[in-house]
Design a protein around this ligand. Structure first.
Ligand code: BT5
Length: 268
């Protein structure tokens, strides 16, 4: 089923909280990357509040230069371009806000109970069904743009995943055994995301951190951490006010990480 953009637009206008965040919704057939389109709009000086959707991406991006598998017509590829009031050092909080929103929206639409793997993977039955990529441009004047990119595997048949993703990735349809209406899911995501973004703007960061500490599967687990600079192991304890993950090392000391990849390790 195609996206019903008119319905998405109508719901965004009808809902007072969404109306404050989302001003325009655009659907493309095939793009390089929805984040790329949003970044171009940002550098052309457009005001924030634009949602870009696409049926497929030829160069879907993951974090740290990785790729996002983006086949046509079955999934969600969405970018929301904002010009937040917050300074760029607070942008990582938007990544947490997006994971919390995704978990809420997916749970509401499907009845499934997704979990978050810090910082931004959404898992169902230990398979990654969604990823988040934040991109920004600093030096962009008074209100630097922020692009929130969301990819969700919705009606993707898990058998059609490339071999290297077979073990780790899944889809909503795979978990639920039936198709999910992408239009309904998009509306639920925009509602939940607008709510989280407004909470951040209202300074209610504590609510977000609380929600994240509740929904984050990483906490309490023994983990391996890979940052762009180093790798180490420890136990994940808590998420701090700025979104950093605190890791208890073997020598009892705590380490803070803001950027990196986590692997949940098996307890021996
Ligand atoms: C992410 O990166 O999880 C961020 C993905 C963001 C994608 C959205 S789609 C709309 C917007 N426009 C874009 O161009 N991007 C955003 P990361 O944590 O680095 O995870 C990437 C890794 O996940 C890859 O290296 C693969 O191992 C795996 N992967 C790739 N495609 C996947 C998929 N469709 N489902 C599950 N796992 C996938």
């Amino acid at each position: 089923m195609m996206f019903d953009v008119e319905k998405i637009k109508k719901e965004c206008k009808r809902h007072p909280r969404v109306r404050e965040v989302v001003h325009e919704v655009l659907l493309f057939d095939r793009v390089g990357s929805t984040n790329q389109i949003a970044l171009e709009m940002a550098s052309n000086g457009l005001p924030g509040g634009i949602v870009i959707l696409a049926e497929s991406q030829e160069q879907g991006k993951g974090r740290l230069g990785r790729k996002w598998f983006s086949p046509e017509g079955v999934n969600l590829y969405l970018s929301l371009f904002l010009r937040p009031h917050q300074p760029p050092r607070e942008f990582p909080l938007f990544s947490l806000a997006t994971s919390v929103a995704l978990v809420d929206a997916v749970a509401r639409v499907t009845g499934l109970s997704p979990a978050i793997k810090w910082p931004n993977d959404v898992l169902i039955q230990d398979k990654k069904i969604a990823g988040i990529l934040l991109e920004s441009e600093t030096g962009g004047g008074q209100t630097p743009p922020l692009v929130i990119g969301i990819g969700v595997n919705v009606n993707l048949n898990p058998a059609s995943l490339p071999p290297e993703l077979q073990e780790t990735a899944g889809s909503l349809m795979g978990a639920l055994g039936k198709e999910v209406d992408r239009t309904v899911l998009t509306i639920a995501i925009l509602e939940a995301l607008s709510e989280q973004i407004l909470l951040l703007q209202e300074g209610k960061t504590d609510l977000l951190i609380q929600a994240m500490n509740q929904k984050c599967r990483t906490l309490g687990k023994k983990v391996r951490v890979d940052t762009p600079r180093q790798a180490f192991e420890g136990r994940a304890e808590e998420i701090e006010e700025d979104g950093a993950l605190m890791i208890r090392m073997g020598d009892g000391k705590l380490r803070r990480i803001l950027i990196g990849d986590i692997t949940h390790l098996r307890e021996t």
